[in-house]
Design a protein. Structure first.
Length: 311
């Protein structure tokens, strides 16, 4: 925050605008604000800039700006001028007047300037507040953390413990269905406030590790399932994994590559699991199968490459 005393004797106080801190326009969307915050928070995180006071101050400013602009109500009140960049209430403006005269001393015109008692406080600092019998208070800045969780923990929910820089441990509840790069806000678990003011929040960005079998599409889970040639041709009942454990699945006869079977409600948060059939040939030679295929004439001949344009 900057304060200056121009030559004409009118106080001018300028507070750092949260939009400027995050480098976004005033009509920025919530996603644009979130993306700008993530980029700057990572860039200036104290863990990545040890001993750099400038980065630490910038990190606090970025967190404070995001705290205000990520809350629709706070953002709207700031845009209307009801609160300042720190989130503090702005009292109604009290106008004062200063006459500007001509060389003869006659009143030539009158100007009006907005006079706010808080401007005086910001100019002269804490001493002014102490004289008024008030202690200096400021909400603590938010703290930014990253946490990697397994695919199944993200799908089903879990509790993970993180260790904070000050040595405290914190149990983080991972909600079922959390998305990759989703940020969890833990109220009051950030940096401590000043003068008895509340602590900031802990912002935990979740990174979901990939799974060797499953992939996520929205709330659905997709699984590629190998089957033998015999199972694909004759049909079979096989066991397939799901995010909640294995279940039985009936593979219908003549299931080839491209066959997609649905397990209703076996996905994430009410989604489904889709099992994509993949026919796998034997690893070792099968002489009987080879002899049969040499003499076999398909009743319904077809070209498997017809749709590829390579025939």
């Amino acid at each position: 925050m900057l304060a200056s005393l121009p030559r004409d004797g009118i106080f001018s106080v300028k507070m750092k605008d949260p939009y400027e801190i995050l480098g976004v326009k005033r009509d920025a969307t919530a996603d644009e604000i979130r993306a700008a915050y993530r980029k700057l928070a990572k860039q200036h995180h104290p863990d990545l800039n040890p001993g750099k006071r400038e980065s630490e101050d910038q990190f606090k400013a970025v967190n404070a700006a995001h705290d205000l602009l990520s809350d629709p109500q706070k953002r709207a009140r700031f845009d209307r001028g009801e609160i300042d960049a720190s989130g503090a209430e702005r009292p109604p403006e009290r106008p004062f007047y200063r006459d500007f005269g001509d060389d003869a001393g006659r009143t030539k015109y009158r100007t009006e300037a907005a006079f706010d008692p808080e401007d005086i406080e910001e100019l002269f600092g804490r001493a002014f507040r102490r004289d008024r019998g008030e202690g200096f208070k400021a909400r603590g800045p938010d703290a930014y953390y990253g946490l990697t969780v397994g695919f199944l923990d993200a799908a089903n929910g879990a509790v993970r413990r993180i260790t904070l820089p000050d040595g405290r441990t914190l149990d983080v509840n991972i909600p079922a269905g959390v998305n990759d790069h989703q940020i969890l806000r833990l109220k009051g678990q950030g940096m401590p406030g000043i003068g008895g003011a509340p602590s900031g929040d802990a912002l935990v960005e979740i990174t979901v590790a990939p799974h060797p079998l499953f992939r996520r599409v929205g709330n659905d889970v997709v699984l590629e399932m190998p089957v033998s040639l015999k199972e694909a041709v004759l049909g079979a009942k096989i066991e397939v994994p799901t995010i909640k454990g294995p279940v039985s699945l009936k593979v219908p006869p003549n299931s080839g590559l491209g066959t997609r079977l649905r397990l209703k409600g076996r996905g994430i948060a009410g989604g489904h699991e889709y099992v994509e059939i993949k026919v796998v040939l034997p690893h070792e030679p099968e002489p009987e199968l080879e002899e049969f295929l040499k003499s076999w004439t398909p009743r319904h001949p077809f070209d498997p490459r017809a749709k590829t344009g390579k025939t």
